[in-house]
Ligand binder design. Structure first.
Ligand code: NAD
Length: 294
C-alpha cells in the first residue's frame, strides 16, 4: 500500500518564521523600523489566552515588538472601539489583532470594521476581503495563506488543478477559495448544503477540508495521489480520559490514498501564527513604502 508524503507544517512554519525574522532584522538595519503587533484580548477565554501567549512569544522571537492588551470581560463595545482607534493612530503599531471570539455583548463585525485596513493583519476587514476577491494586493487571512503555502510546498505551481474546498466560512473556506483562484485552480466550494459531497471531493487534485467535524472526510472520498490539506482542529475523547486532537479528515485511512497530506496536529495549525508574523511585516513595509523581499 502506498503512503502519502506527510506535509510537515511545523517545519515549514519554522522556516517562514526564520525568513520573517531575517527580513525584520534587515528592516531594522536599513530603515530603523521595528514592526509592532498589538494583540487585544477581551475576557478570559482559556483557549484564547493560550493563542495570545503563543503569538506574543513568536512575535518577540521574530524581532518584532509585541504589544499585548488584556481587557476585562466587562469591557464595553465603546471602550474596545476607542482602544482600536488609538491603536490605529499609534505610529509604532503596524498590525492590530483583536482575538475572537469576543464576549456576546460586543459586535465583532463592528470591531473588525473599526481596524485600519492597512493594519488588519488578520485580513478580516471587508476592505481586505474585497481586495482579495477582486485580485488586488491585500492583507490575507492567516490560516488560508498557510494552506496555500503548504500546498505549494508539494507542488509549487498549482495552475490548472481541480481544487475542492469543503467549508465556506469567512475565516477559512471563502478566502482559501479566492486564493486558489489566484493560483489558477478550478475551484469548487462545497458546504453543509452541498449534495453528493463524496463525489465532489473525489474530483479534487487538491482537497482542503475546513469543516469542524472530526474525521469527516473518508479515504474513499479522496482521489488517489491528491494533495490533502486538513484545516480542522477537533478535540475528541482519547485514552485514559484525556482528549486528543484530530482533523476533519480521517488521517490514518486517507494517508494510504492521498499523494500528500497534512497531519493534525502539526500541519496547518503552526502556519497560522507564522503567517500572522508575515502579514505584520508586510503591513509594516507597505505603510512605510519599504520594498520587501520575502
Ligand atoms: P465554521 O464553523 O465557521 O465553518 C464550517 C464550514 O463547514 C461551514 O461553512 C459549513 O458549511 C461547513 N460544514 C459544516 N458541516 C458540514 C457538513 N456536514 N458537510 C459539509 N460542510 C459542512 O468553521 P471555520 O472557522 O471555517 O473552521 C473550520 C475548522 O477549521 C474548525 O475545525 C476549526 O477549528 C479549524 N480552524 C483551524 C485553524 C488553524 O489555525 N489551523 C484556524 C481556523 C479554523
Amino acid at each position: 500500500m502506498s503512503t502519502a508524503r506527510i506535509i510537515d507544517g511545523k517545519l515549514i512554519a519554522e522556516g517562514l518564521r526564520e525568513d520573517v525574522a531575517a527580513a525584520v532584522a534587515r528592516m531594522s538595519r536599513d530603515h530603523g523600523v521595528t514592526p509592532g503587533l498589538a494583540v487585544v484580548l477581551v475576557g478570559d477565554n482559556p483557549a484564547s489566552e493560550v493563542y495570545v501567549r503563543n503569538k506574543d512569544r513568536q512575535t518577540r522571537a521574530a524581532g518584532m515588538t509585541s504589544i499585548e492588551m488584556k481587557l476585562p470581560a466587562t469591557t464595553s463595545e465603546r471602550e474596545l472601539l476607542a482602544l482600536v482607534h488609538e491603536l490605529n493612530r499609534r505610529e509604532d503599531v503596524d498590525g492590530i489583532l483583536v482575538q475572537l471570539p469576543l464576549p456576546p455583548h460586543i459586535d465583532s463585525g463592528r470591531v473588525i470594521e473599526a481596524i485600519d485596513p492597512a493594519k488588519d493583519v488578520d485580513g478580516f476587514h471587508p476592505i481586505n476581503a474585497g481586495r482579495l476577491a477582486t485580485g488586488q494586493p491585500a492583507l490575507v487571512p492567516c490560516t488560508p495563506l498557510g494552506c496555500i503555502i503548504l500546498a505549494k510546498s508539494v507542488q509549487p505551481d498549482l495552475t490548472g488543478l481541480d481544487a475542492v474546498v469543503i467549508g465556506r466560512s469567512n475565516i477559512v473556506g471563502k478566502p482559501v477559495a479566492r486564493l486558489l483562484l489566484g493560483e489558477n485552480c478550478t475551484v469548487t466550494v462545497a458546504h453543509s448544503k452541498s449534495r453528493a459531497l463524496p463525489e465532489i471531493a473525489a474530483r479534487a487534485d487538491l482537497l482542503i477540508a475546513a469543516i469542524g467535524q472530526p474525521e469527516f472526510v473518508r479515504a474513499d472520498w479522496i482521489k488517489p495521489g491528491a494533495i490533502v490539506i486538513d484545516v480542522g482542529i477537533n478535540r475528541v475523547p482519547g485514552e485514559g480520559g484525556k482528549h486528543r486532537l484530530v482533523g476533519d479528515v480521517h488521517f490514518e485511512d486517507a494517508r494510504h490514498v492521498a499523494g500528500a497530506i497534512t497531519p493534525v496536529p502539526g500541519g496547518v495549525g503552526p502556519m497560522t501564527i507564522a503567517c500572522l508574523l508575515r502579514n505584520t511585516l508586510t503591513a509594516a513595509a507597505a505603510r512605510r513604502g519599504i520594498a520587501l523581499a520575502l
